[in-house]
Write a protein that binds this ligand. Structure first.
Ligand code: SF4
Length: 145
């Protein structure tokens, strides 16, 4: 844990920023899939089956990230989360919403290299590789509800 990480007290104010449409690389998708296979299938199924669309004020709504546990407001795949999620709060473009962590990383070069890779949403990669069901996402694991 770095000094900046130590100042993060685990508040849930980041969770509201975990919206659908995060773009990731193919490598990141593979890492997430591998991590999901290590988790109890019932836990994975519970989170992936949650309603992710929520009201935002009186007239708007937003859709949470597929991997956001909307009950606990925690990330299901936190140890395998994509780079963009790891940089949240640490770079000037993505400041900590609670102001607890300084945006002290100069990540411009990292982000340029990252942006040069083919990237897509979780749904994009799953559709492209012909996997779109929860069962396929987990690599064919048998799930019990
Ligand atoms: S992968 Fe995890 S940290 Fe990244 S947006 Fe989704 S829930 Fe949030």
């Amino acid at each position: 844990m770095t000094g900046a990480d130590a100042r993060c007290n685990g508040c849930t104010r980041c969770a509201m920023r975990c919206t659908d449409g995060i773009v990731i690389s193919a490598f990141e998708l593979q890492r997430i899939r591998a991590y999901l296979r290590e988790l109890p299938p019932a836990q994975v199924l519970r989170v992936l089956a949650q309603e992710k669309r929520h009201p935002w004020g009186e007239e708007a709504s937003y859709t949470a990230c597929l991997f956001l546990d909307v009950e606990t407001e925690r990330c299901l795949v936190y140890p395998a989360r994509p780079l963009i999620c790891r940089l949240f709060g640490r770079v000037r473009h993505l400041p900590c919403p609670a102001g607890l962590v300084p945006a002290d990383l100069d990540a411009d070069r990292i982000l340029e290299a990252y942006a040069a890779q083919p990237r897509g949403t979780f749904q994009h990669w799953m559709a492209r590789h012909g996997v779109f069901s929860v069962t396929d996402l987990l690599g064919g694991a048998r799930l019990s509800r």
